[in-house]
Design a binder for this molecule. Sequence first.
Ligand code: ACO
Length: 312
Amino acid sequence: MGSRLIGYGSYLPERIVTNFDLEKMVDTSDEWIVQRTGMRERHFARDDETVVDMAAAAASRALENAGITINDIDMVIVATTSAELDFPSVGVQVLGRLGATNNAPAFDVRGACTGYIYALHCARAFFSAGIHKRIMVIGAEKMSRFIDWSDRSTAVLFGDGAGALIFEHSTSSYSGIIDTVVMSDGTEMGMLYGTPDHHIIMNGPETYKKAVTLMPAAASYIMEHAGITADNVDWIVPHQANLRIIQSGAQRLGFPLEKILVTVDKHANTSGASGVLALSYAFDNNIIKRGQLVLYPAFGSGLTWGAALIRV
Ligand code: ACO
């Protein structure tokens, strides 16, 4: 049993914060941010806007795009690390918000910036087992909750948003989520983590070095496993952490820059929402076309890393 993608949707908060706005909030400059990260602007949620609000908005757009209702979904998996409530899960709250009455199961995965790959990995496993018919994978983050305005090295990097993808079971193993790989190394957790009082602690240069080796490694592994090369892949949609990381990874893999989707300039790093949001953006802007083969590598706190291969 495989899957096929039947719908997508995304949500970005209304407020756009440019690098020039950040110049007024922290000791930084547009030039520094663009040069080191490729970021130009990001969206910040309102104080009263929650991860559930954003996830539910993306989910409802994905349902509309698929032409189905929430009761047609029989599992929801949400990638998030910034939920306001410890419990219940964002997934269950989204089902409640959208008025589901079919008692479908829902849960969250906490894979940080690799969260959406972990969620896709779970979805693939449930489809392979043949026990679910339509699974919604959501990535939703309010990273602005974690910003420590006294630490300029992390304050400029993150943004808020949500994306949702709906997959339906299929007898073809060449469509939808074709393959996934996820990994972790907890011995390196000190490199990047969130504190109990919601601040991000990050060793930027070490994180950078790990990201430029582990994301391409996961991408290579999955291409080898699927018996394909860079020539067979239409698009690579990397976790949108930093333009330099994205370009260096692409170079290592031998991908031309025209095949790399970049949204980090507009959305900054939205962590567990990044890849799902990026894919929705690419569909909305007619960049990625349905039927194309997309390679999806990611890396994040944990350390966690992984990749997915999706025929969209
Ligand atoms: N504005 C201006 N100057 C700054 C800023 C800022 N926002 N932040 C740091 N600097 C200064 C530093 O203080 C330092 O100054 P000094 O030389 O006088 O001490 C100088 O810039 C260089 O600092 P570095 O940290 O060495 O800068 P680097 O070139 O490594 O770039 C960056 C920093 C962009 C954070 C880079 O290390 C990076 O991208 N790392 C990966 C971060 C990442 O992607 N994290 C998330 C990935 S995983 C996930 O998505 C959860």
